[in-house]
Design a binder for this molecule. Structure first.
Ligand SMILES: Nc1ncnc2c1ncn2[C@@H]1O[C@H](COP(=O)(O)OP(=O)(O)OP(=O)(O)O)[C@@H](O)[C@H]1O
Ligand SMILES: [Mg+2]
Length: 451
């Protein structure tokens, strides 16, 4: 919940006139409004959209407002509840507040009161989120169990994370682009004693040398043209937390020596500053290049390499852990299926087969994008081969048949889908090319479960 338009309010009342009146008044504030005429319908909507605020009448036939409040407390504890009470029902109102309602509004309503109470509820929720649960959510997101896969290569990575998390040692994470280096760095931080402190990412590849230096170390006012105010550097900001250096190999020789000093002395000096400050940071660095090779060729300082390389975690590329592909793919289907509210629940075996035959030069990130795209495009409840990019489908044709020979039926289906794909799903053209009657083609497609 970040802005007015993102705030969601559900109004529940068996009296349609009140419902419409409230919808109009509260809706004018720009929130997204939903309504329900009884508690059961309200619960369905709560499960679907987790509203920030529920405004409910107390007296309703069937499940009443108090029962709904109790149910909401267990089902959706983050949702704040405002009760609508009739004049003279103070006892039930008090019961409601005791049971955890945020506030109440008594009928007949005063328009400004309604607006005020809803606004206060949303503000309350925002502050709550910022303070504690947001941090907890962020931590949850990066806890270990968000790294998916159980191949031996990844299990070694898990063991290393567990081993280094509780220490303060510098860690170097190596792996091709998209293998999950940042995910691992965050997991180390989240499971460390510093987890309540900040996790600061330094994108070493994105900035010029002088910009990166002032980003990293901060600067004093007037240190250079444009330095109109004193600015804290990222290393300072990471105090008592973790500083993650992404793309370490891109750091210039000058910065390499300055960084070496930080690692040795645990001190930083702002650009243009005279004194030094002690910082308590854990350094994690990542690279998709072979740093050792860069040391040998003279582009990376050997002493810095040894300082960084106290513990090295190497994440194997996805093509070397094919057994992780199905669970990762399924994980992304769930992630994007629910985010985009599309009822896609699985991947057809033929499509999964293609995914496991592809070499994934972009590793997990590429797989994530492929699944996201397929979910957007597919009209089916499962991802089918032709929802996948051409490159993945053709890679399988040219790949040697490693998983055994195909049946004529499977071969036929595969070929038919390819022809359809290549011709914008034009049934007429496809049946011409395949040399079969249009009706025959349609019958085959129905048999494959496609319309
Ligand atoms: N094992 C995994 N389980 C779940 N998600 C993963 C896994 N590995 C990577 N991802 C996801 O893939 C994407 C890329 O991961 P990440 O950014 O950590 O890779 P990276 O190695 O830092 O890549 P780059 O070198 O390009 O910066 C992210 O969205 C991440 O959440
Ligand atoms: Mg990265």
């Amino acid at each position: 919940m970040t802005s007015v338009e993102d705030s969601q309010v559900l109004i529940v009342d068996d009296d349609t006139e009140t419902l419409e009146l409230l919808r109009e008044i509260v809706g004018k504030e720009g929130y997204r409004i939903e309504t329900a005429e009884h508690a059961q319908a309200a619960l369905v909507k709560v499960d679907q959209s987790k509203p920030d605020v529920v405004i409910t009448d107390l007296h309703m036939p069937g499940m009443d407002g108090l029962a709904l409040l109790n149910e909401l407390k267990s089902r959706s504890p983050e949702t704040l509840v405002i009760l609508l009470t009739a004049y003279g029902s103070l006892k039930t109102t008090v019961d409601g507040i005791k049971a955890g309602a945020f506030d109440y509004l008594s009928k007949p309503f005063i328009v400004d009161d309604i607006r005020l109470v809803v606004r206060r509820a949303l503000e309350h929720k925002r502050v709550l989120c910022e303070n504690q649960s947001l941090r907890e959510q962020l931590r949850d997101r990066y806890r270990f169990d968000n790294i998916i896969g159980s191949s031996p290569g990844l299990v070694s990575v898990y063991k290393l994370i567990a081993r280094v998390a509780q220490t303060d040692s510098t860690v170097l994470i190596q792996g091709e682009s998209g293998t999950g280096k940042e995910l691992v760095a965050r997991a180390i931080h989240a499971n460390s004693l510093r987890s309540a402190g900040p996790f600061i990412t330094v994108d070493s590849g994105a900035l010029t040398e002088s910009l990166l230096e002032s980003e990293l170390f901060g600067h004093e006012r007037g240190a250079f043209t444009g330095a109109i105010a004193t600015k804290k550097g990222l290393l300072e900001k990471a105090h008592q937390g973790t500083c993650f250096f992404d793309e370490m190999a891109n750091i210039s020789p000058t910065l390499q020596s300055k960084l070496l000093r930080v690692l040795q002395e645990r001190e930083v000096r702002r650009v243009g500053g005279s004194g030094t400050m002690t910082v308590d940071v854990r350094i994690i660095a990542a690279t998709n290049k072979d740093l050792k090779q860069l040391v040998d060729s003279g582009t990376f300082r050997e002493d810095l390499y040894y300082r960084l390389n106290v513990v090295t975690i190497t994440i194997p590329p996805l093509r070397e852990r094919l057994e992780d592909i199905p669970v990762l793919a399924q994980y992304f289907v769930q992630k994007f299926g629910s985010a985009k509210e599309k009822p896609v629940t699985g991947i057809a075996p033929e499509a999964m087969d293609l995914l496991t035959k592809y070499a994934w030069p972009g590793n997990v990130r590429e797989l994530e994008h492929v699944i996201e795209r397929a979910i957007v495009l597919t009209p089916h409840p499962a991802i089918l081969p032709h929802d996948l990019p051409e490159s993945i489908r053709t890679a399988a044709i040219t790949a040697p048949i490693s998983s055994g020979w195909m049946t004529i039926d499977a071969l036929e289906k595969d070929y038919i889908l390819r022809v359809l794909d290549a011709h914008q799903h034009d049934i007429g053209r496809a049946s011409d090319i395949l040399g079969i009657h249009r009706k025959t083609l349609l019958r085959k497609l129905r048999r494959y479960g496609m319309s």
